[in-house]
Ligand binder design. Sequence first.
Ligand code: NAD
Length: 513
Amino acid sequence: MTQNQSLVAAGPPAGARIAVDDPATGAVVGEVPDTSAEEVARAVERARRAQRGWAGLDTRVRAGFLARGRRWLLAHREEVADRIVEENGKAREDAIVEIVYCAAAFSYWAKRARGLLAPAKVRSLSPFVLGRSMYTRRVPRGVVGVIGPWNNPLLNSFGDAVPALAAGNAVVLKPSEQTPLTALLMERMARECDWPEGVFQVVTGAGATGRAVVDTVDFVMFTGSTRTGRQVAARAGERLIPCSLELGGKDALVVLADAALERAVNVTIQGALSNGGQMCTSVERVYVEAPVYDAYLTLLRERFQQVTSGRPAGLGSVDVGAVTFPPQLAVMEDHVEDAVRKGARVLAGGRASAGPGRFFEPTLLVDVDHTMKCMREETFGPTLPVMKVADAEEALRLVNDSRYGLQASIIGSDMKRARRLAERFEAGCVTINDAQTNYMALGLPMGGWKESGLGVRHGAEGFLKYTRLQAVSANRFPMRRDMHMIPYEPSAYRFLLRLVDVMYGRGLRGRAD
Ligand code: NAD
Protein backbone atom coordinates (compact mmCIF):
# COMPACT_ATOMS: atom_id res chain seq x y z
CA MET A 1 0.00 0.00 0.00
CA THR A 2 1.43 3.42 -0.93
CA GLN A 3 1.49 6.25 1.57
CA ASN A 4 -1.26 7.96 -0.38
CA GLN A 5 -3.52 4.91 -0.27
CA SER A 6 -3.04 4.50 3.47
CA LEU A 7 -3.96 8.17 3.97
CA VAL A 8 -7.14 7.69 1.94
CA ALA A 9 -8.04 4.54 3.84
CA ALA A 10 -7.47 6.28 7.17
CA GLY A 11 -9.70 9.22 6.21
CA PRO A 12 -9.39 12.68 7.74
CA PRO A 13 -7.54 13.14 11.03
CA ALA A 14 -9.67 13.90 14.10
CA GLY A 15 -10.79 17.53 14.24
CA ALA A 16 -10.00 18.26 10.58
CA ARG A 17 -12.02 21.06 8.95
CA ILE A 18 -12.96 21.97 5.39
CA ALA A 19 -13.15 25.60 4.25
CA VAL A 20 -16.12 26.59 2.06
CA ASP A 21 -15.71 29.44 -0.41
CA ASP A 22 -18.09 31.69 -2.32
CA PRO A 23 -17.34 30.88 -5.98
CA ALA A 24 -18.41 34.37 -7.02
CA THR A 25 -15.87 36.15 -4.80
CA GLY A 26 -13.36 33.54 -3.73
CA ALA A 27 -13.95 34.58 -0.09
CA VAL A 28 -14.15 31.87 2.57
CA VAL A 29 -17.71 31.88 3.90
CA GLY A 30 -17.65 28.93 6.26
CA GLU A 31 -15.86 25.96 7.69
CA VAL A 32 -17.27 22.52 8.42
CA PRO A 33 -15.98 19.34 10.06
CA ASP A 34 -14.25 16.78 7.86
CA THR A 35 -16.09 13.90 9.49
CA SER A 36 -14.06 10.76 10.21
CA ALA A 37 -15.22 7.20 9.52
CA GLU A 38 -15.67 6.59 13.25
CA GLU A 39 -17.92 9.62 13.58
CA VAL A 40 -19.94 8.50 10.56
CA ALA A 41 -20.36 5.06 12.15
CA ARG A 42 -21.60 6.70 15.35
CA ALA A 43 -24.06 8.87 13.39
CA VAL A 44 -25.38 5.78 11.58
CA GLU A 45 -25.73 3.98 14.92
CA ARG A 46 -27.77 6.92 16.30
CA ALA A 47 -29.86 6.87 13.13
CA ARG A 48 -30.44 3.14 13.50
CA ARG A 49 -31.79 3.59 17.03
CA ALA A 50 -34.00 6.53 16.01
CA GLN A 51 -35.32 4.74 12.94
CA ARG A 52 -37.18 2.06 14.88
CA GLY A 53 -39.43 4.62 16.55
CA TRP A 54 -39.79 6.64 13.33
CA ALA A 55 -40.85 3.58 11.33
CA GLY A 56 -43.37 2.72 14.05
CA LEU A 57 -45.18 6.05 13.67
CA ASP A 58 -48.35 6.19 11.61
CA THR A 59 -47.70 7.71 8.18
CA ARG A 60 -50.02 10.59 9.20
CA VAL A 61 -47.77 11.41 12.15
CA ARG A 62 -44.67 11.35 9.95
CA ALA A 63 -46.56 13.56 7.49
CA GLY A 64 -47.07 16.02 10.36
CA PHE A 65 -43.30 16.27 10.91
CA LEU A 66 -42.75 16.79 7.18
CA ALA A 67 -45.41 19.52 7.16
CA ARG A 68 -43.51 21.32 9.93
CA GLY A 69 -40.37 21.04 7.84
CA ARG A 70 -42.19 22.54 4.86
CA ARG A 71 -43.43 25.48 6.90
CA TRP A 72 -39.93 26.04 8.31
CA LEU A 73 -38.42 26.02 4.83
CA LEU A 74 -40.90 28.57 3.54
CA ALA A 75 -40.53 30.76 6.63
CA HIS A 76 -36.71 30.69 6.21
CA ARG A 77 -36.63 30.86 2.42
CA GLU A 78 -34.58 34.06 2.24
CA GLU A 79 -31.93 32.62 4.54
CA VAL A 80 -31.87 29.33 2.63
CA ALA A 81 -31.64 31.13 -0.73
CA ASP A 82 -28.81 33.33 0.61
CA ARG A 83 -26.91 30.24 1.71
CA ILE A 84 -27.37 28.41 -1.61
CA VAL A 85 -26.24 31.45 -3.61
CA GLU A 86 -23.31 32.07 -1.29
CA GLU A 87 -21.83 28.58 -1.40
CA ASN A 88 -22.81 27.61 -4.95
CA GLY A 89 -22.61 30.94 -6.80
CA LYS A 90 -25.82 30.40 -8.78
CA ALA A 91 -28.38 33.05 -9.76
CA ARG A 92 -30.92 33.66 -6.99
CA GLU A 93 -33.74 32.58 -9.31
CA ASP A 94 -32.10 29.14 -9.62
CA ALA A 95 -31.81 28.92 -5.82
CA ILE A 96 -35.52 29.70 -5.48
CA VAL A 97 -36.32 26.79 -7.79
CA GLU A 98 -34.54 24.45 -5.34
CA ILE A 99 -36.64 25.78 -2.46
CA VAL A 100 -39.90 25.46 -4.39
CA TYR A 101 -38.95 21.88 -5.33
CA CYS A 102 -38.28 20.92 -1.70
CA ALA A 103 -41.49 22.56 -0.43
CA ALA A 104 -43.38 20.51 -3.04
CA ALA A 105 -41.43 17.35 -2.11
CA PHE A 106 -42.37 17.72 1.58
CA SER A 107 -46.00 18.00 0.63
CA TYR A 108 -46.08 15.37 -2.13
CA TRP A 109 -44.28 12.53 -0.33
CA ALA A 110 -46.18 13.15 2.91
CA LYS A 111 -49.43 12.68 0.97
CA ARG A 112 -48.37 9.75 -1.20
CA ALA A 113 -46.51 7.70 1.41
CA ARG A 114 -49.64 6.17 2.93
CA GLY A 115 -50.95 4.79 -0.34
CA LEU A 116 -47.57 3.60 -1.58
CA LEU A 117 -46.80 1.82 1.69
CA ALA A 118 -50.19 0.14 1.92
CA PRO A 119 -50.16 -3.68 1.74
CA ALA A 120 -51.22 -5.05 -1.66
CA LYS A 121 -53.34 -8.19 -2.04
CA VAL A 122 -52.06 -10.91 -4.36
CA ARG A 123 -54.29 -13.55 -5.94
CA SER A 124 -53.19 -16.84 -7.41
CA LEU A 125 -54.99 -19.58 -9.31
CA SER A 126 -52.28 -22.11 -8.59
CA PRO A 127 -53.82 -25.31 -7.21
CA PHE A 128 -50.94 -25.43 -4.72
CA VAL A 129 -52.05 -22.31 -2.87
CA LEU A 130 -55.83 -22.51 -3.07
CA GLY A 131 -57.48 -20.63 -0.22
CA ARG A 132 -54.33 -18.83 0.91
CA SER A 133 -54.51 -15.16 1.74
CA MET A 134 -51.50 -13.43 0.23
CA TYR A 135 -50.22 -9.92 0.28
CA THR A 136 -47.08 -7.85 0.01
CA ARG A 137 -46.03 -5.26 2.53
CA ARG A 138 -43.38 -2.57 2.45
CA VAL A 139 -40.79 -2.24 5.18
CA PRO A 140 -38.39 0.71 5.35
CA ARG A 141 -34.78 -0.22 4.61
CA GLY A 142 -33.46 1.26 7.84
CA VAL A 143 -30.77 3.92 7.47
CA VAL A 144 -30.53 5.56 4.05
CA GLY A 145 -27.30 7.34 3.14
CA VAL A 146 -27.91 10.24 0.77
CA ILE A 147 -24.74 11.48 -0.93
CA GLY A 148 -25.07 14.65 -2.96
CA PRO A 149 -23.22 16.81 -5.51
CA TRP A 150 -22.45 20.54 -5.37
CA ASN A 151 -24.59 21.80 -8.23
CA ASN A 152 -27.89 21.74 -6.32
CA PRO A 153 -27.05 21.91 -2.59
CA LEU A 154 -30.69 21.56 -1.50
CA LEU A 155 -32.56 19.79 -4.30
CA ASN A 156 -30.12 16.95 -5.02
CA SER A 157 -29.28 16.33 -1.38
CA PHE A 158 -32.11 17.12 0.99
CA GLY A 159 -34.65 16.67 -1.82
CA ASP A 160 -33.82 12.95 -1.96
CA ALA A 161 -33.91 12.63 1.82
CA VAL A 162 -37.60 13.60 1.95
CA PRO A 163 -39.11 10.48 0.31
CA ALA A 164 -36.69 8.26 2.25
CA LEU A 165 -37.92 9.81 5.50
CA ALA A 166 -41.57 9.61 4.44
CA ALA A 167 -41.06 5.88 3.84
CA GLY A 168 -39.98 5.42 7.48
CA ASN A 169 -36.19 5.47 7.13
CA ALA A 170 -33.67 7.52 9.05
CA VAL A 171 -31.34 9.51 6.79
CA VAL A 172 -27.67 10.35 7.08
CA LEU A 173 -26.91 13.00 4.46
CA LYS A 174 -23.39 13.59 3.15
CA PRO A 175 -23.49 16.80 1.11
CA SER A 176 -20.70 17.80 -1.27
CA GLU A 177 -17.65 19.24 0.44
CA GLN A 178 -18.00 22.21 -1.95
CA THR A 179 -21.49 23.12 -0.71
CA PRO A 180 -22.21 21.68 2.76
CA LEU A 181 -23.74 24.76 4.39
CA THR A 182 -27.27 24.42 3.00
CA ALA A 183 -27.52 20.83 4.26
CA LEU A 184 -26.49 22.02 7.72
CA LEU A 185 -29.33 24.54 7.61
CA MET A 186 -31.70 21.62 7.02
CA GLU A 187 -30.23 19.84 10.03
CA ARG A 188 -31.13 22.97 11.99
CA MET A 189 -34.63 22.73 10.49
CA ALA A 190 -34.97 19.20 11.90
CA ARG A 191 -33.94 20.43 15.38
CA GLU A 192 -36.21 23.46 15.33
CA CYS A 193 -39.14 21.37 14.09
CA ASP A 194 -38.58 18.87 16.94
CA TRP A 195 -38.03 15.94 14.63
CA PRO A 196 -37.04 12.86 16.67
CA GLU A 197 -33.33 13.07 17.41
CA GLY A 198 -31.16 11.09 15.02
CA VAL A 199 -33.80 10.66 12.31
CA PHE A 200 -32.09 13.17 10.03
CA GLN A 201 -28.39 13.90 10.38
CA VAL A 202 -25.78 15.58 8.22
CA VAL A 203 -22.16 14.43 8.07
CA THR A 204 -19.92 16.88 6.27
CA GLY A 205 -16.70 15.82 4.61
CA ALA A 206 -15.13 14.78 1.32
CA GLY A 207 -14.81 11.45 -0.48
CA ALA A 208 -13.54 9.52 2.56
CA THR A 209 -16.63 10.56 4.53
CA GLY A 210 -18.82 9.46 1.61
CA ARG A 211 -17.06 6.09 1.56
CA ALA A 212 -17.69 5.71 5.29
CA VAL A 213 -21.40 6.35 4.65
CA VAL A 214 -21.50 3.66 1.96
CA ASP A 215 -19.69 1.34 4.39
CA THR A 216 -22.33 1.62 7.11
CA VAL A 217 -25.82 2.42 5.81
CA ASP A 218 -28.52 0.05 4.49
CA PHE A 219 -29.21 1.86 1.20
CA VAL A 220 -27.29 4.50 -0.75
CA MET A 221 -28.96 7.24 -2.76
CA PHE A 222 -26.06 8.73 -4.69
CA THR A 223 -26.04 11.73 -7.01
CA GLY A 224 -22.74 12.72 -8.58
CA SER A 225 -20.30 11.86 -11.31
CA THR A 226 -20.24 8.57 -13.21
CA ARG A 227 -16.67 7.99 -11.97
CA THR A 228 -17.65 8.14 -8.29
CA GLY A 229 -20.92 6.33 -8.99
CA ARG A 230 -18.95 3.29 -10.15
CA GLN A 231 -16.98 3.28 -6.88
CA VAL A 232 -20.16 3.55 -4.84
CA ALA A 233 -21.77 0.69 -6.80
CA ALA A 234 -18.67 -1.49 -6.39
CA ARG A 235 -18.58 -0.99 -2.63
CA ALA A 236 -22.35 -1.43 -2.30
CA GLY A 237 -21.96 -4.66 -4.28
CA GLU A 238 -19.31 -5.91 -1.86
CA ARG A 239 -21.60 -5.14 1.05
CA LEU A 240 -24.61 -6.49 -0.83
CA ILE A 241 -26.69 -3.42 -0.15
CA PRO A 242 -28.76 -1.72 -2.86
CA CYS A 243 -27.93 1.69 -4.27
CA SER A 244 -29.58 4.14 -6.60
CA LEU A 245 -27.24 6.16 -8.82
CA GLU A 246 -28.06 9.47 -10.50
CA LEU A 247 -24.98 10.27 -12.56
CA GLY A 248 -23.66 12.44 -15.35
CA GLY A 249 -25.20 13.29 -18.69
CA LYS A 250 -24.62 14.78 -22.13
CA ASP A 251 -28.19 15.75 -22.87
CA ALA A 252 -29.17 16.50 -26.43
CA LEU A 253 -31.87 18.71 -27.89
CA VAL A 254 -33.19 18.25 -31.41
CA VAL A 255 -34.85 21.12 -33.26
CA LEU A 256 -37.14 19.78 -35.98
CA ALA A 257 -37.92 21.73 -39.14
CA ASP A 258 -41.49 22.41 -37.98
CA ALA A 259 -40.43 23.77 -34.56
CA ALA A 260 -41.77 27.09 -33.30
CA LEU A 261 -38.42 28.86 -33.32
CA GLU A 262 -39.08 31.31 -30.49
CA ARG A 263 -39.96 28.39 -28.22
CA ALA A 264 -36.99 26.40 -29.49
CA VAL A 265 -34.56 29.19 -28.67
CA ASN A 266 -36.06 29.90 -25.24
CA VAL A 267 -35.98 26.21 -24.29
CA THR A 268 -32.41 25.91 -25.58
CA ILE A 269 -31.14 28.86 -23.58
CA GLN A 270 -32.93 27.82 -20.40
CA GLY A 271 -31.82 24.20 -20.81
CA ALA A 272 -28.21 25.11 -21.52
CA LEU A 273 -27.63 28.04 -19.18
CA SER A 274 -29.88 27.67 -16.14
CA ASN A 275 -27.79 27.03 -13.05
CA GLY A 276 -24.81 28.16 -15.14
CA GLY A 277 -25.09 24.96 -17.21
CA GLN A 278 -24.17 22.98 -14.10
CA MET A 279 -27.08 20.57 -14.21
CA CYS A 280 -26.99 16.86 -14.88
CA THR A 281 -29.86 17.60 -17.25
CA SER A 282 -28.28 20.60 -18.94
CA VAL A 283 -28.72 20.74 -22.69
CA GLU A 284 -25.11 20.13 -23.76
CA ARG A 285 -25.53 19.61 -27.52
CA VAL A 286 -28.11 20.72 -30.08
CA TYR A 287 -28.94 19.18 -33.47
CA VAL A 288 -30.96 21.30 -35.88
CA GLU A 289 -32.66 20.09 -39.07
CA ALA A 290 -31.08 21.84 -42.04
CA PRO A 291 -34.14 23.82 -43.27
CA VAL A 292 -34.35 25.87 -40.03
CA TYR A 293 -30.70 25.91 -39.03
CA ASP A 294 -29.90 29.46 -40.18
CA ALA A 295 -33.05 31.04 -38.76
CA TYR A 296 -32.68 29.20 -35.45
CA LEU A 297 -29.01 30.11 -35.12
CA THR A 298 -29.56 33.81 -35.90
CA LEU A 299 -32.16 34.03 -33.14
CA LEU A 300 -30.13 31.92 -30.72
CA ARG A 301 -27.01 34.00 -31.19
CA GLU A 302 -28.95 37.22 -30.67
CA ARG A 303 -30.46 35.90 -27.42
CA PHE A 304 -27.18 34.44 -26.22
CA GLN A 305 -25.60 37.87 -26.40
CA GLN A 306 -28.35 39.25 -24.16
CA VAL A 307 -27.68 36.75 -21.35
CA THR A 308 -26.12 38.43 -18.33
CA SER A 309 -23.50 36.70 -16.23
CA GLY A 310 -21.49 37.57 -13.17
CA ARG A 311 -21.75 37.77 -9.40
CA PRO A 312 -25.31 36.96 -8.30
CA ALA A 313 -27.10 39.33 -5.95
CA GLY A 314 -30.86 39.88 -5.68
CA LEU A 315 -33.54 38.84 -8.15
CA GLY A 316 -32.83 40.10 -11.66
CA SER A 317 -29.12 40.66 -11.01
CA VAL A 318 -27.74 37.99 -13.37
CA ASP A 319 -28.93 35.06 -15.47
CA VAL A 320 -25.76 32.99 -15.12
CA GLY A 321 -23.73 32.90 -11.93
CA ALA A 322 -20.33 31.51 -11.01
CA VAL A 323 -18.51 28.23 -11.64
CA THR A 324 -18.92 26.35 -8.39
CA PHE A 325 -16.18 23.74 -8.54
CA PRO A 326 -12.71 25.14 -9.44
CA PRO A 327 -11.52 22.24 -11.68
CA GLN A 328 -14.59 22.72 -13.91
CA LEU A 329 -13.09 25.92 -15.36
CA ALA A 330 -10.25 23.88 -16.87
CA VAL A 331 -12.76 21.38 -18.33
CA MET A 332 -14.72 24.18 -20.02
CA GLU A 333 -11.55 25.76 -21.40
CA ASP A 334 -10.32 22.38 -22.63
CA HIS A 335 -13.61 21.58 -24.39
CA VAL A 336 -13.72 24.96 -26.16
CA GLU A 337 -10.02 24.82 -27.17
CA ASP A 338 -10.35 21.25 -28.41
CA ALA A 339 -13.38 22.21 -30.52
CA VAL A 340 -11.70 25.30 -32.00
CA ARG A 341 -8.55 23.29 -32.78
CA LYS A 342 -10.71 20.81 -34.71
CA GLY A 343 -12.53 23.49 -36.72
CA ALA A 344 -15.36 24.86 -34.56
CA ARG A 345 -16.22 28.57 -34.46
CA VAL A 346 -17.07 30.52 -31.31
CA LEU A 347 -20.13 32.72 -31.89
CA ALA A 348 -20.35 34.06 -28.32
CA GLY A 349 -18.19 33.98 -25.21
CA GLY A 350 -15.47 31.34 -25.20
CA ARG A 351 -13.35 32.28 -22.18
CA ALA A 352 -13.13 32.33 -18.44
CA SER A 353 -13.74 35.83 -17.08
CA ALA A 354 -11.21 37.63 -14.91
CA GLY A 355 -11.37 36.98 -11.13
CA PRO A 356 -11.61 37.36 -8.15
CA GLY A 357 -14.50 34.85 -8.49
CA ARG A 358 -14.74 31.96 -10.98
CA PHE A 359 -16.77 32.70 -14.11
CA PHE A 360 -17.02 31.37 -17.66
CA GLU A 361 -18.69 33.39 -20.40
CA PRO A 362 -21.88 31.90 -21.86
CA THR A 363 -20.41 30.29 -24.95
CA LEU A 364 -21.95 29.33 -28.28
CA LEU A 365 -20.06 26.97 -30.61
CA VAL A 366 -20.91 26.00 -34.20
CA ASP A 367 -19.33 23.85 -36.94
CA VAL A 368 -18.93 21.10 -34.36
CA ASP A 369 -18.89 17.33 -34.84
CA HIS A 370 -18.58 14.14 -32.81
CA THR A 371 -14.78 14.08 -32.93
CA MET A 372 -14.87 16.95 -30.42
CA LYS A 373 -14.96 16.57 -26.63
CA CYS A 374 -17.71 19.20 -26.40
CA MET A 375 -20.06 16.75 -28.18
CA ARG A 376 -19.11 13.61 -26.25
CA GLU A 377 -17.95 14.44 -22.71
CA GLU A 378 -19.90 16.17 -19.97
CA THR A 379 -18.82 19.83 -19.88
CA PHE A 380 -20.99 21.00 -16.98
CA GLY A 381 -20.79 24.70 -17.77
CA PRO A 382 -22.46 27.50 -19.76
CA THR A 383 -21.23 26.29 -23.13
CA LEU A 384 -23.41 25.11 -26.00
CA PRO A 385 -22.34 23.42 -29.25
CA VAL A 386 -24.90 23.50 -32.08
CA MET A 387 -24.73 21.18 -35.10
CA LYS A 388 -26.64 21.19 -38.39
CA VAL A 389 -28.09 17.80 -39.43
CA ALA A 390 -29.64 16.70 -42.72
CA ASP A 391 -32.75 15.27 -41.10
CA ALA A 392 -34.30 13.79 -37.96
CA GLU A 393 -32.77 10.36 -38.64
CA GLU A 394 -29.28 11.80 -38.55
CA ALA A 395 -30.15 13.67 -35.36
CA LEU A 396 -31.43 10.45 -33.79
CA ARG A 397 -28.23 8.59 -34.66
CA LEU A 398 -26.11 11.35 -33.13
CA VAL A 399 -28.25 11.67 -30.00
CA ASN A 400 -27.79 7.96 -29.35
CA ASP A 401 -24.06 8.09 -30.14
CA SER A 402 -23.21 8.69 -26.49
CA ARG A 403 -22.17 6.72 -23.43
CA TYR A 404 -24.69 8.76 -21.47
CA GLY A 405 -28.48 8.45 -21.55
CA LEU A 406 -29.98 10.76 -18.97
CA GLN A 407 -32.34 13.01 -20.87
CA ALA A 408 -33.05 14.11 -24.45
CA SER A 409 -35.45 16.68 -25.86
CA ILE A 410 -37.22 17.51 -29.11
CA ILE A 411 -38.79 20.73 -30.27
CA GLY A 412 -41.38 20.27 -33.00
CA SER A 413 -44.99 21.01 -33.88
CA ASP A 414 -46.13 17.64 -35.20
CA MET A 415 -46.67 15.88 -31.87
CA LYS A 416 -47.09 12.44 -33.40
CA ARG A 417 -43.80 12.65 -35.25
CA ALA A 418 -42.00 14.19 -32.26
CA ARG A 419 -43.29 11.47 -29.93
CA ARG A 420 -42.31 8.68 -32.33
CA LEU A 421 -38.80 10.08 -32.53
CA ALA A 422 -38.49 10.79 -28.80
CA GLU A 423 -39.40 7.21 -27.97
CA ARG A 424 -36.40 6.05 -30.02
CA PHE A 425 -33.95 8.05 -27.92
CA GLU A 426 -31.74 5.96 -25.66
CA ALA A 427 -32.42 8.05 -22.59
CA GLY A 428 -34.26 7.56 -19.31
CA CYS A 429 -36.23 10.79 -19.77
CA VAL A 430 -37.45 12.39 -22.97
CA THR A 431 -39.24 15.70 -23.26
CA ILE A 432 -41.10 17.31 -26.14
CA ASN A 433 -41.15 21.10 -26.49
CA ASP A 434 -39.51 21.29 -23.04
CA ALA A 435 -36.23 20.53 -21.34
CA GLN A 436 -35.70 19.92 -17.62
CA THR A 437 -39.22 20.83 -16.44
CA ASN A 438 -40.04 17.11 -16.08
CA TYR A 439 -37.87 17.07 -12.92
CA MET A 440 -40.55 19.07 -11.11
CA ALA A 441 -43.19 16.38 -11.70
CA LEU A 442 -42.60 14.30 -8.58
CA GLY A 443 -44.90 11.56 -9.87
CA LEU A 444 -42.81 11.10 -13.03
CA PRO A 445 -39.76 8.85 -12.58
CA MET A 446 -36.41 10.43 -13.40
CA GLY A 447 -33.28 8.37 -13.95
CA GLY A 448 -30.58 7.70 -16.49
CA TRP A 449 -29.84 4.86 -18.88
CA LYS A 450 -26.38 3.67 -19.89
CA GLU A 451 -23.64 5.40 -17.85
CA SER A 452 -26.06 8.00 -16.52
CA GLY A 453 -27.23 5.84 -13.67
CA LEU A 454 -29.07 2.97 -12.10
CA GLY A 455 -32.60 3.26 -10.77
CA VAL A 456 -34.78 6.35 -10.57
CA ARG A 457 -35.88 9.08 -8.24
CA HIS A 458 -39.51 10.28 -8.24
CA GLY A 459 -42.62 8.28 -9.08
CA ALA A 460 -43.71 5.14 -7.25
CA GLU A 461 -40.46 3.39 -8.22
CA GLY A 462 -38.38 6.25 -6.85
CA PHE A 463 -40.16 5.96 -3.51
CA LEU A 464 -40.49 2.21 -3.16
CA LYS A 465 -36.74 1.73 -3.61
CA TYR A 466 -36.46 3.04 -0.05
CA THR A 467 -38.39 -0.01 1.17
CA ARG A 468 -37.88 -3.76 1.31
CA LEU A 469 -40.65 -5.96 0.07
CA GLN A 470 -42.06 -8.66 2.31
CA ALA A 471 -44.37 -11.28 0.83
CA VAL A 472 -46.86 -12.81 3.27
CA SER A 473 -48.82 -15.97 2.54
CA ALA A 474 -51.26 -17.29 5.16
CA ASN A 475 -53.16 -20.56 5.03
CA ARG A 476 -56.45 -19.57 6.61
CA PHE A 477 -58.03 -23.04 6.36
CA PRO A 478 -55.18 -25.46 7.05
CA MET A 479 -56.18 -29.02 6.26
CA ARG A 480 -54.60 -32.13 7.64
CA ARG A 481 -52.57 -32.48 4.46
CA ASP A 482 -52.24 -30.87 1.00
CA MET A 483 -52.50 -32.54 -2.38
CA HIS A 484 -48.69 -32.33 -2.80
CA MET A 485 -47.34 -33.78 0.41
CA ILE A 486 -45.15 -36.76 1.28
CA PRO A 487 -46.04 -39.57 1.21
CA TYR A 488 -47.13 -38.91 -2.37
CA GLU A 489 -50.46 -40.36 -3.48
CA PRO A 490 -50.64 -41.16 -7.23
CA SER A 491 -54.39 -40.40 -7.42
CA ALA A 492 -53.75 -36.84 -6.27
CA TYR A 493 -51.31 -36.32 -9.16
CA ARG A 494 -53.69 -37.83 -11.72
CA PHE A 495 -56.26 -35.32 -10.50
CA LEU A 496 -53.67 -32.53 -10.58
CA LEU A 497 -52.80 -33.31 -14.21
CA ARG A 498 -56.49 -33.30 -15.22
CA LEU A 499 -56.85 -29.96 -13.51
CA VAL A 500 -53.77 -28.60 -15.27
CA ASP A 501 -55.16 -29.78 -18.61
CA VAL A 502 -58.33 -27.87 -17.98
CA MET A 503 -56.50 -24.77 -16.82
CA TYR A 504 -53.57 -24.58 -19.24
CA GLY A 505 -53.71 -27.48 -21.68
CA ARG A 506 -55.94 -26.22 -24.43
CA GLY A 507 -55.06 -22.57 -24.36
CA LEU A 508 -58.80 -21.80 -24.52
CA ARG A 509 -59.23 -19.88 -21.37
CA GLY A 510 -56.01 -17.92 -21.44
CA ARG A 511 -56.13 -17.50 -17.69
CA ALA A 512 -53.07 -15.99 -16.14
CA ASP A 513 -51.80 -16.97 -12.75
P1 NAD B 1 -18.67 13.70 -7.44
O1 NAD B 1 -18.90 12.34 -7.93
O2 NAD B 1 -17.29 14.25 -7.48
O3 NAD B 1 -19.13 13.82 -5.91
C1 NAD B 1 -20.45 13.54 -5.50
C2 NAD B 1 -20.45 13.22 -4.02
O4 NAD B 1 -19.77 11.99 -3.79
C3 NAD B 1 -19.74 14.26 -3.15
O5 NAD B 1 -20.50 14.43 -1.98
C4 NAD B 1 -18.41 13.59 -2.85
O6 NAD B 1 -17.80 14.02 -1.65
C5 NAD B 1 -18.84 12.14 -2.73
N1 NAD B 1 -17.78 11.13 -2.94
C6 NAD B 1 -16.60 11.27 -3.58
N2 NAD B 1 -15.95 10.06 -3.61
C7 NAD B 1 -16.76 9.18 -2.98
C8 NAD B 1 -16.67 7.78 -2.71
N3 NAD B 1 -15.63 7.05 -3.10
N4 NAD B 1 -17.69 7.18 -2.05
C9 NAD B 1 -18.78 7.89 -1.67
N5 NAD B 1 -18.91 9.21 -1.90
C10 NAD B 1 -17.92 9.85 -2.55
O7 NAD B 1 -19.70 14.63 -8.24
P2 NAD B 1 -19.81 16.21 -8.18
O8 NAD B 1 -18.67 16.79 -8.95
O9 NAD B 1 -20.07 16.67 -6.79
O10 NAD B 1 -21.18 16.47 -8.99
C11 NAD B 1 -21.26 16.70 -10.36
C12 NAD B 1 -21.74 15.47 -11.08
O11 NAD B 1 -23.01 15.09 -10.56
C13 NAD B 1 -21.95 15.69 -12.55
O12 NAD B 1 -21.42 14.60 -13.27
C14 NAD B 1 -23.47 15.71 -12.70
O13 NAD B 1 -23.95 15.32 -13.95
C15 NAD B 1 -23.89 14.77 -11.61
N6 NAD B 1 -25.27 15.00 -11.21
C16 NAD B 1 -26.21 14.08 -11.57
C17 NAD B 1 -27.56 14.30 -11.26
C18 NAD B 1 -28.62 13.31 -11.68
O14 NAD B 1 -29.73 13.41 -11.20
N7 NAD B 1 -28.34 12.38 -12.58
C19 NAD B 1 -27.93 15.45 -10.57
C20 NAD B 1 -26.94 16.37 -10.22
C21 NAD B 1 -25.61 16.13 -10.54
